[in-house]
Unconditional design. Structure first.
Length: 532
C-alpha cells in the first residue's frame, strides 16, 4: 500500500496544534517555577471542570483512540461496559478514597501507603508506578508512530519527535498546570476529531445512518444475547464490567497520574465535581468511539474496500488521510497526537513527582532541615525519562522488537490491580499490616500471571482475580503476622473507622506537608473530632 502525502493544509493544521500546546506551556512556565507544590499540584488553582477534562484525556491514550474503534469494527460494543464502570466507581472514590488523599494533602498517592503501612510499601508502590509508566510512555509514542507512518509519508522519526520530544518540552516548562490546560485543549480536539469521523463516515454512505444501523443489526455489531453468556465466543458483558471496575480502581486510587489531579483543585467538593465531569466524558466516549468503528464497518463494506492484508490497528488514521478533505484529515492526525501527548505529559509529570517526593525528598533530605522548593531536579527527571522513552520508541520502530517491551509491560503491569488491593486493605480494614499487604501484593500478581498465562482467562477476568486475590491474601497474612501496624503509630484515622478524625502525619517532605502535619487539613476535618 502506497502511503499518501498529507499536503500543505494538513501540515499547517498539525503545526498550529503543536505550537498551541507549546504556547500553553510557555504561558505557565513562571507559575510552575514557583516551587514543587506549584509544579506538581498547581497550588489548587485548577477548576473542577478542567481537572475532569484532564483526567479524561490522561486515561484516553492514542492507543485507546485507535483500538476502541477497531474493537467495534471487528467485533461489537461489549467493551463499552468498561466506560460505564468508570461512572460506577465514582461513589466509591468520593466516599472512601478522596477523603484520605485530601486529609493528608498528598503530592503522590504512595504517601498514604507510608502513613498506613510504612516506607517499604510506599517505595515499592512508587517504583512500580515509575517502571510501568516509563514503559507505557515508550509504547504510547511507538504505536501511534507505527500506525501514522504506515498510512502516510511521514517519517517515523518525525512522528516520534512531534509526539514525544514536544511532550517532554511542554511538560518541562509548564508543570502540572501547563499539562492540565494542554489536556483540556487536547481533550476537545480528540472529541471533535472523533465527531468529525462519525459525521463524515455517515454522510459518505448511501442511506446514511439507516445503512449503518442495518449492517450493525444484521451482523451483531452492537450488543447481542451472546454478550451476556459466559464462556462463549463473544465478550461477556458482566465480566467486562466487573474487570473494568477493578482496572479503574487501580487507575483512580493507586495510579499517580490520576490521583495527582485530586490535589490540583481548591477543595474536596471540586475534586468530586472533576470526577463527575470525567464520568460524563467517559459515557460520551461510547457513542463516539464505538460509533466510529461501526460506521467504518459499513463504510468499508459499501463505499470503499480496505487494502488486502490491511492492519486494522491503523483504521482511524487510514480513513483520515484517504477519505477526509484536506485540513480535516490534518485535524484527525492532530487528534491522535493529542491523545498520545495528553497521556505522555501526565505520565512524565507524575513520574517526576514520584522520584522527587517519594525518593529524593523522603530519603535524601537537605542537611539543613529546610524543605527544597526549587523544581530543577523535577525538570531534570522529566528530561531523562522522556529521552529514555523516546529512544526506546525509536528502537522498537527500527528493530520491530515490540514483543520484548510488551513482556516488560506485562510483568510490571501485573502489580497494578493488586496494588489497588493494597489501598483497599489500608482504607477498609484496621488489621492489615505491612507484611500482610506486601505478601498480598506479590501473591496477587502471581495469581494474575497464572490465570492469564496458564488458565487463559480474559484480561477482565484476570483483573477481578488479581484484586480479590491481593485483598484476601493480604488480609489473611495480616491476621497471622501480628498487630495492625509496624509500630505504635495510630492509623485508625486513615481507615473508614476514623474517616472524620484528625491525623498527625509521621512524615513531612515539603512545606505543605509540614503544615499539614502540624495543623491538619482544615478543609476536610475539624478540630476536636475523635475516632469513629
Amino acid at each position: 500500500m502506497d502511503a499518501p502525502g498529507l499536503g500543505g493544509l494538513n501540515w499547517a493544521v498539525i503545526i498550529i496544534y503543536l505550537l498551541a500546546t507549546l504556547g500553553i506551556a510557555v504561558w505557565f512556565t513562571r507559575k510552575a517555577s514557583a516551587g514543587t507544590d506549584s509544579f506538581f499540584k498547581a497550588n489548587g488553582r485548577i477548576p473542577a471542570w478542567a481537572a475532569g477534562f484532564s483526567i479524561y484525556a490522561t486515561t484516553l491514550s492514542a492507543i485507546t483512540y485507535m483500538s476502541t474503534p477497531e474493537r467495534a469494527f471487528l467485533a461489537d460494543w461489549s467493551y463499552a461496559a468498561g466506560n460505564i464502570a468508570i461512572f460506577a466507581i465514582v461513589p466509591l472514590l468520593v466516599l472512601f478514597y478522596i477523603p484520605f488523599f485530601r486529609k493528608l494533602d498528598v503530592t503522590t498517592a504512595y504517601e498514604y501507603l507510608e502513613e498506613r503501612f510504612g516506607p517499604t510499601v510506599r517505595v515499592l508502590g512508587s517504583v512500580l508506578f515509575v517502571l510501568f509508566h516509563i514503559g507505557r510512555v515508550a509504547i504510547v509514542i511507538y504505536l501511534p508512530t507505527l500506525a501514522i507512518s504506515s498510512v502516510t509519508d511521514i517519517s517515523p522519526i518525525l512522528v516520534a519527535a512531534a509526539v514525544g520530544v514536544l511532550s517532554v518540552i511542554y511538560t518541562f516548562l509548564g508543570g502540572i498546570e501547563g499539562v492540565i490546560w494542554s489536556d483540556v485543549v487536547q481533550g476537545i480536539i480528540l472529541l471533535v476529531g472523533a465527531a468529525v469521523i462519525l459525521v463524515f463516515g455517515i454522510v459518505a454512505l448511501d442511506g446514511g445512518l439507516a445503512t449503518v444501523a442495518g449492517d450493525a443489526a444484521a451482523d451483531d455489531k452492537f450488543i447481542s444475547a451472546d454478550n451476556w453468556k459466559f464462556g462463549g465466543a463473544a465478550a461477556a458483558i458482566p465480566i467486562v464490567f466487573l474487570g473494568s471496575v477493578f482496572n479503574n480502581l487501580h487507575q483512580y486510587t493507586a495510579s499517580q497520574d490520576v490521583v495527582q489531579r485530586y490535589q490540583t483543585t481548591d477543595s474536596p467538593k471540586s475534586t468530586v465535581r472533576s470526577l463527575i465531569v470525567n464520568g460524563f466524558l467517559a459515557l460520551l466516549t461510547i457513542p463516539l468511539f464505538y460509533g466510529i468503528g461501526t460506521v467504518l464497518y459499513s463504510y468499508y463494506q459499501h463505499a470503499e474496500a480496505l487494502p488486502t492484508g490491511f492492519n486494522t490497528s491503523a483504521l482511524v488514521p487510514y480513513f483520515a488521510v484517504t477519505a477526509l478533505p484536506a485540513g480535516i484529515s490534518g485535524l484527525l492526525i492532530a487528534a491522535i497526537f493529542a491523545a498520545a501527548q495528553s497521556t505522555i505529559s501526565s505520565s512524565l509529570n507524575s513520574i517526576s513527582a514520584c522520584v522527587t517526593v517519594d525518593i529524593r525528598d523522603r530519603f535524601f533530605p537537605r542537611q539543613d532541615a529546610q524543605a527544597r522548593t526549587g523544581v530543577g531536579f523535577s525538570r531534570l527527571v522529566i528530561v531523562i525519562v522522556g529521552a529514555i522513552s523516546v529512544a526506546v520508541a525509536l528502537y522498537l520502530s527500527a528493530t520491530d522488537q515490540a514483543h520484548t517491551w510488551d513482556l516488560f509491560l506485562s510483568i510490571t503491569g501485573l502489580f497494578g490491580v493488586p496494588l489497588a488491593g493494597v489501598f483497599a486493605l489500608g482504607i477498609f480494614t484496621r488489621r492489615a499490616n505491612s507484611v500482610g499487604v506486601l505478601g498480598g501484593l506479590l501473591l496477587g500478581a502471581a495469581l494474575a500471571w497464572y490465570v492469564q498465562d496458564v488458565a487463559g482467562l480474559t484480561p477482565f477476568a484476570v483483573s477481578a482475580v488479581a484484586f480479590v486475590g491481593a485483598v484476601i491474601f493480604g488480609y489473611v497474612l495480616s491476621l497471622f503476622t501480628g498487630p495492625h501496624n509496624h509500630d505504635d503509630h495510630d492509623v485508625t484515622a486513615l481507615t473508614i473507622h476514623g474517616k472524620r478524625a484528625q491525623y498527625m502525619r509521621r512524615t513531612s517532605t515539603s512545606p505543605s506537608l509540614a503544615a499539614t502535619a502540624s495543623a491538619g487539613d482544615n478543609t476536610t476535618i475539624k478540630q476536636g473530632q475523635s475516632n469513629e
